[in-house]
Design a protein around this ligand. Structure first.
Ligand code: FAD
Length: 372
């Protein structure tokens, strides 16, 4: 992308939501740019590209984006099939970003570091600063749409253990099987990410597989998406029943000691787990607002999302498919800085792409009525 100084709208992040927003803006008169931190669009999703989605192709993709691809004779796999993360990136996000209509507007390897807002009468109030090839650039805009997700900004354990011992995210353990075979591995976290890690690890010849959760018991049946989570949860229940996974409930990790290459995990309850070689931490991710210099966002303290959204997405009350919200619920600030996609849910993990795309339609409508 050629470097430009001004666009009506700056979109941060070229994941599924950022690119869908870009597609929708093609139907408006707004000028826009998309700034993506990774070397490829969908960079976050590529990090868990080996994981199959619970949503099928139709649910995982935006209708306007599908139509745009179709108009360029690019077809997707059967919409009723279930993509892996990397398939969604390769067959959907990359072809979208390479279309003539979008190519010049999407910039990869462009990491947004700072956003400032100046009160002026005119509309060009935001200055978004980003790093590209170690150089700093900035672009002014009337509106910023933050679709930068939460992946990568993980809840971390208080430990300075090396990253080959304490792993975050959902590592592809099958591809890197020799890192894990004949090892004692502990997985921390109770959600589907942890279950995905456990399911893959259970296929390998380990010395032991441990599941550390904070609660009394795993929470199955909380989040049903297209029936697919039933399969994963059913597998984990079977692994527990056949003692292929050793469950450690009420194990809130307090500290980890490392002696002679072996780890000792201590829980707040006083419980202890010894002789562990690797710990995979799937304890969720949090939205990062550090790029905002002088923009105050009003956050719900439990989920770090918009206050009016919190009761509508509280995972204790709503599964992925029972959340119901509109664009207005996601507003964090009176300024035209809009947070969309996974990041709009804060620390709640029950965001679904299909509902996120609908929210973008509401946002485009709002932008058209307020800024055209
Ligand atoms: C393992 C897993 C499975 C999931 N399965 C499903 C499913 O089946 N169905 C479903 O609907 N949802 C699912 N989700 C939830 C959610 O839909 C996905 O996380 C989805 O990728 C969120 O899209 P997004 O565009 O909001 O964020 P992301 O995909 O995280 O995209 C954000 C983009 O912003 C970029 N970025 C970040 N910071 C910056 C910065 N400072 N400057 C510039 N760019 C930046 C990132 O590189 C990234 O490309 C799943 C999530 C996970 C983790």
């Amino acid at each position: 992308m050629r470097k430009i100084n001004y666009a009506d709208i700056v979109i941060i992040g070229a994941g599924s939501i950022g690119l869908a927003m870009a597609v929708k803006l093609l139907k408006t008169n707004f000028s826009f740019v998309v700034l993506e931190r990774g070397d490829s669009v969908g960079a976050n999703m590529l990090e868990w590209g080996h994981i199959p989605l619970f949503s099928n192709w139709e649910e995982s993709t935006d209708e306007d984006a599908r139509q745009l691809l179709e108009a360029h004779d690019i077809s997707l796999p059967s919409l009723q099939n279930y993509p892996k993360g990397r398939e969604l990136v390769r067959n959907y996000l990359v072809p979208l970003a390479e279309l003539d209509v979008l190519r010049d507007k999407v910039s990869v390897a462009a990491t947004v570091t700072n956003i400032t807002y100046e009160k002026e009468i005119k509309l060009t109030n935001f200055k978004t600063t980003y790093l590209s090839n170690a150089k700093s650039y900035s672009v002014k805009s009337a509106v910023v749409i933050d679709a930068s997700g939460t992946w990568g900004n993980f809840n971390r354990l208080a430990s300075d253990l090396a990253s080959d011992v304490l792993l975050y995210g959902i590592p592809d353990v099958v591809q890197h099987r020799y890192t894990y075979v004949q090892k004692e591995v502990a997985v921390v976290g109770s959600g589907h990410s942890a279950m995905n890690s456990l399911q893959a690890l259970a296929e390998l010849e380990l010395n032991g597989l441990h599941w550390l959760i904070r609660g009394n018991a795993p929470k199955f049946g909380k989040s049903k998406v297209g029936g697919r989570s039933d399969g994963l949860e059913g597998n984990i229940q079977r692994l527990l029943k056949h003692q292929k996974v050793n469950l450690h409930p009420n194990f809130s990790i307090n500290s980890i000691n490392s002696t002679d290459g072996k780890l000792e995990l201590h829980a707040e309850s006083g419980a202890r787990l010894e002789d562990i070689d690797k710990v995979i931490v799937n304890a969720g991710a949090i939205p990062d607002y550090s790029m905002l210099s002088n923009i105050n966002v009003d956050l719900d303290t439990s989920f770090l999302c918009a206050r009016s959204l919190a009761p509508k997405i509280d995972p204790k009350l709503h599964s992925c498919s029972s959340t119901s919200y509109a664009f207005e619920d996601t507003l964090l600030s009176p300024l035209p800085y809009f947070v969309v996609g996974m990041k709009s849910f804060g620390t709640a993990s029950n965001f679904l792409l299909s509902s996120g795309y609908k929210v973008l339609d509401g946002l485009v409508e709002y932008l058209n009525s307020s800024y055209s």
